[in-house]
Design a protein around this ligand. Structure first.
Ligand code: G
Ligand code: G
Ligand code: MN
Ligand code: NA
Length: 254
C-alpha cells in the first residue's frame, strides 16, 4: 500500500506536528489544559488534517507507532509547559488498537520512566466510544491501572457510541467529553438541551466530570454554564494552534 508507505516515511522524516486546542473553565476563564491534535506538514501538499491520513492506518500497526509518537511529543510539551505559571494538562487521543494491545500499560509506565520530570496527572488519555472496543472489561482494567499511575482518562465524543450507557457504566473514565453535535444548535433545538441535561445528570450520578466540545458561541457557553458544564473547548474559545501561537493566545486570553 503506497499511502501507508508514504505515511511511514513521513513519520521517519518528522513531518507530523501536534496542534493544541485550549480547554478552559468558561465561568472563571481559567485555562485548564489543551488537547493535542495531530497534523501532517506535507512538503508539497501543505498542512493536512487527520481525516486525510488516520482512516487509512486505523487497522494497521502504523497507527500504534503514530500514537506512540503523539505520546512522546505530548510528554516533551508537558515538560516545557511545566515552566509556565499555569500548569497545563495535555490530553492525547489514543486509538482503540493501541489501548487494547497487551503491553499498553507496560509501555505507558516506560513512557513515564522516560520523562521522570512529568507529573502523570498532567497527562490525559482520550478514548473514543467505539464498537472497536471489543473487550470492555479489559479496557476497564487498563484504565484503572493507568489511573493508579496518576494519569486521567476521558471518554471522547461522549454520547455518540452505539452503547454509550454501557461504556459509562463499565469504563471508569474521569471525564466525559460531550460530543459537539449536542452542543451545536443548543439554543434552537430543545432535544439537544434535554440530552445535555440528561448527560449532566448521569455525570453527577456516576461521579464523572464533563467538558463540552465544539463551543462556538458565547450563547452556547452561557447555556452550558447554566446547565452545570463549566469546562469547554471549541472554536469560540480558540482553534487548535501550533505551539508558538498557543503561547501567544495564552498571553492575550482575558
Ligand atoms: O484535529 P481535528 O482537527 O481535525 O481531528 C479530527 C479527528 O481526528 C478527531 O476525531 C480527533 O479525535 C482525531 N485525532 C486528532 N489527532 C489525533 C491523534 O493524535 N491521534 C488519534 N488517534 N486521533 C486524532
Ligand atoms: O473527536 P475529537 O474531539 O478529538 O475531535 C476534535 C476535532 O474537532 C478536531 O477536528 C477539531 O479541529 C474539531 N473542533 C474543535 N473545536 C471545534 C468547534 O468549535 N467546532 C467544530 N465544528 N469543530 C471543532
Ligand atoms: Mn478528542
Ligand atoms: Na471529540
Amino acid at each position: 500500500n503506497l499511502f501507508l508507505a508514504e505515511i511511514r516515511q513521513a513519520l521517519n522524516n518528522d513531518e507530523f506536528v501536534l496542534f493544541y486546542q485550549p480547554r478552559v473553565n468558561m465561568q472563571s476563564g481559567a485555562v485548564k489544559g489543551a488537547e493535542a491534535l495531530i497534523r501532517w506538514q506535507h512538503p508539497e501538499k501543505g498542512l493536512l488534517a487527520p481525516g486525510y491520513f488516520l482512516p487509512a492506518i486505523e487497522d494497521h500497526s502504523l497507527s500504534v507507532e503514530l500514537d506512540r509518537w503523539v505520546l512522546r511529543t505530548a510528554l516533551k510539551q508537558i515538560v516545557k509547559w511545566q515552566q509556565l505559571s499555569t500548569p497545563l494538562r495535555v490530553s492525547v487521543n489514543i486509538g482503540v488498537r493501541y489501548i487494547q494491545q497487551k503491553d499498553f500499560v507496560t509501555q505507558i509506565k516506560q513512557f513515564l520512566d522516560d520523562f521522570p520530570e512529568v507529573d502523570p496527572s498532567s497527562l490525559e488519555i482520550e478514548v473514543l466510544e467505539s464498537n472497536a472496543l471489543k473487550d470492555i472489561s479489559h479496557v476497564s482494567e487498563v484504565i484503572t491501572e493507568c489511573q493508579q499511575l496518576g494519569i486521567l482518562f476521558a471518554l471522547d465524543d461522549f454520547g455518540t457510541g452505539y452503547s454509550t450507557l454501557t461504556y459509562l457504566k463499565k469504563l471508569p473514565a474521569d471525564i466525559l467529553k460531550i460530543d459537539r453535535s449536542f452542543v451545536s444548535d443548543l439554543l434552537y433545538a430543545p432535544d439537544n438541551l434535554s440530552i445535555l441535561e440528561g448527560i449532566m445528570g448521569l455525570a453527577g450520578a456516576f461521579g464523572r466530570s464533563v467538558i463540552a466540545e465544539g463551543v462556538e458561541t458565547d450563547e452556547q457557553g452561557e447555556l452550558l454554564i447554566q446547565l452545570g458544564c463549566e469546562q469547554g473547548q471549541g472554536y469560540g474559545i480558540a482553534r487548535p494552534l501550533p505551539e508558538d501561537q498557543f503561547l501567544e493566545w495564552l498571553d492575550n486570553w482575558r
